[in-house]
Design a protein around this ligand. Structure first.
Ligand SMILES: Nc1ncnc2c1ncn2[C@@H]1O[C@H](COP(=O)(O)OP(=O)(O)OP(=O)(O)O)[C@@H](O)[C@H]1O
Length: 225
């Protein structure tokens, strides 16, 4: 379970990115984050991953206070998460398979097992046939699906995706989204920031953020501040 309890975030010298945000996301839920540019969606996702800490309030993942984790505790938390963040591009000096193997190799998985699991992850997103390709030879949508494969290769319990369909055409965006939605049916919690109206129209649950505040909730048991 992911809980935000009266979370505010003030960047040093910057705007108030989030103000008194409270909500709960249960295990295995698929939740979309919507809101205009600058609303605070990326900040919210970064707090779940412990990349940013709240200025006040508390973010907990499975009861663990993320803001209190130190540099030895954070890697354990992140191992349970698959991150698809805008600043994590594919590495262009290695092929698709090597990009997907990387999270496994850095956590000590043997090369043969990493190879096998990375191929299985590429298969899940329909790109096993591109394993040996250079990332720059793929379309934008295919590159995003490789990023999805890289995010799930560690078998995370939670997937956090920040605008995974930004800059994609409709058909590519639909394939990326359906790849992500498939993980929810496998019991993985998915939180996806998106502007994609067609996705939001059919979303089971939306957390809407405007100006750093909770602006709307389609369902669930949120406590608005
Ligand atoms: N590292 C930072 N330092 C200072 N201010 C920041 C930083 N990151 C974000 N902000 C500010 O916090 C606010 C929320 O930004 P955030 O990136 O979370 O919004 P967003 O909803 O994800 O926007 P977008 O849809 O454009 O990605 C904005 O006013 C932004 O300028």
């Amino acid at each position: 379970m992911i809980e935000f309890h009266q979370v505010s975030k003030q960047y040093p010298g910057g705007n108030q990115a989030l103000a008194n945000v409270s909500f709960t996301i249960g295990d295995g839920e698929l939740v979309y984050l919507s809101g205009p540019s600058g609303a605070g969606k990326s900040t919210l996702l970064k707090m779940i991953a412990g990349v940013e800490k709240p200025s006040s309030g508390r973010v907990t993942v499975n009861g663990q206070d993320v803001g209190q984790l130190n540099s030895s505790g954070l890697p354990y938390l992140r191992r349970k998460m698959g991150l698809i963040f805008q600043d994590q591009r594919l590495l262009l000096d290695r092929d698709v398979l090597a990009n997907v193997m990387l999270p496994l190799l850095v956590t000590g998985t043997a090369r043969a097992e990493a190879d096998q699991r990375a191929r299985a992850a590429l298969d899940r997103v329909g790109l096993l046939n591109k394993a040996d390709a250079a990332p720059q030879s793929l379309s934008g949508g295919e590159q995003q699906r490789v990023a999805v494969a890289r995010a799930i290769v560690n078998r995370p319990r939670i997937i956090l995706a920040d605008e995974p369909t930004a800059n994609l055409d409709k058909a590519s965006a639909a394939r990326v989204m359906s790849a992500l939605q498939a993980f929810q049916s496998a019991g993985i919690t998915c939180i996806i920031a998106t502007h994609d109206e067609s996705v939001l129209a059919t979303a089971p649950r939306i957390i809407s953020i405007v100006g750093g505040r909770l602006a709307g909730l389609m369902s669930g048991k949120e406590i608005t501040a």
